[in-house]
Design a binder for this molecule. Structure first.
Ligand code: QUE
Length: 350
């Protein structure tokens, strides 16, 4: 008897289908899962019998919660080699999907966070349902919004991407459409029909999506866009905190409360990451930057402590160091963003 694989890859008709299948961990990604996906995508890229790639998940509990955080923290507490290997592989997969020459469809029928965003966001069609919850929650565990966050987030309308990156806010389907995370909305009850329709005729994927398209409703975020742009458009993290303190709305007070729980170091890392990524011309340059950051951050106190407090012991009382954004110096950030030795830099798949 063989164990069920954590990613199921097969060709159905003319559709290459990748099904995330690690339901007990909300399909959080391991290095092996990323390798399996790369292998299938590379084979299908050259296969004229595959017209489209469909990316979905088994079970009812979501698309993908992120990465194998416990492994990353254990590795980071040691030599960090396994963590770097994971990031290197995952970012190659993100990059492969970004430039994939065939149509890709991601069905995000549930939690889509961190690593799950890195898989779905590069897809041509990104289907949300009423069960979709999107977030980049990494600053809450002393990590940073990677998997292409430096590219996608600063390209969202106004300063919504920075707000998502810093607060780790969770948004639902209508807001996913507003910020461009989702291209389509389909009710969960129609997801099986959607997949069957795409597999039956991948050339008609867009038509099937249009036929099953439903109304996600009004995006709640729209009511806060002006506030977000006014506050999160400031020139640094300290000024954003100061601006929030001057605001009088309940919403602003809530944002301030949320930001106060996040790792000051990774708030500043994320701010600089989005600033630099927003100016880059090539997605690969952004991934190389994120790999430099990941290689450093995974071995820092805040990540080990964040995983302890939020994931392992769940006391939700991380003791960040430095404890305030004022304590995080430009020199610390320079070190995190500095180039790696040439033979250790991230490179796309050959
Ligand atoms: C930040 C993260 C992750 C997170 C929580 C954060 C993350 C991740 C998970 C997660 C959640 C449920 C699971 C699981 C992992 O939580 O990346 O295996 O069952 O994977 O605040 O980056």
């Amino acid at each position: 008897m063989s164990e069920e694989p954590e990613v199921i890859t097969r060709v159905e008709g003319q559709v290459g289908r990748i099904t995330l299948n690690r339901p007990k961990a909300l399909h959080a990604l391991t290095t092996d899962m990323c390798r399996l996906m790369i292998e299938a995508l590379v084979a299908w890229r050259a296969d004229p019998g595959v017209k489209l790639v469909l990316l979905d998940h088994s079970g009812e509990r979501g698309f993908c919660a992120g990465g194998d955080i416990r492994m990353l923290a254990e590795s980071g507490a040691g030599d960090g080699a396994a963590a770097r290997e994971f990031f290197h592989t995952e970012y190659r997969l993100n990059h492969l999907l970004f430039h994939y020459p065939k149509h890709t469809v991601a069905v995000m029928d549930g939690v889509t966070m961190g690593g799950g965003v890195g898989l779905s966001r590069p897809c041509r069609f990104r289907v949300a349902t009423e069960r979709t919850t999107f977030a980049m929650p990494e600053t809450g565990i002393g990590l940073f919004p990677d998997v292409g966050g430096g590219w996608y987030l600063p390209r969202m309308p106004g300063h919504i991407g920075l707000w998502l990156a810093l607060t780790g806010a969770r948004i639902k389907a209508a807001d996913c459409e507003l910020v461009g995370v989702a291209t389509d909305y389909v009710e969960s009850k129609d997801v099986e029909r959607l997949k069957a329709g795409i597999i039956a005729d991948p050339a008609a994927a867009e038509t099937v999506l249009t036929e099953l398209e439903a109304d996600a409703g009004r995006p709640p975020l729209a009511a806060h866009q002006d506030e977000i742009d006014r506050i999160f458009g400031h020139e640094d993290v300290e000024t954003i905190f100061a601006a929030l303190e001057r605001e009088t709305s309940d919403w602003a007070a809530e944002q301030l409360k949320v930001l106060a729980t996040k790792s000051p170091q990774t708030l500043k890392v994320a701010f600089r990451q989005l600033q630099l990524g927003g100016q880059m011309q090539a997605f690969a340059d952004n991934m190389a930057m994120e790999y430099r950051i990941g290689a450093r951050v995974v071995q820092k106190h805040d990540f080990i402590e964040g995983v302890r407090a939020v994931i392992v012991e769940k006391d939700n009382q991380p003791k960040w160091s430095p404890a305030t954004v004022e304590g995080v110096t430009d020199e610390m950030l320079d070190e995190i963003f500095a180039p790696l030795p040439p033979d250790q830099e991230w490179t796309p798949l050959p």
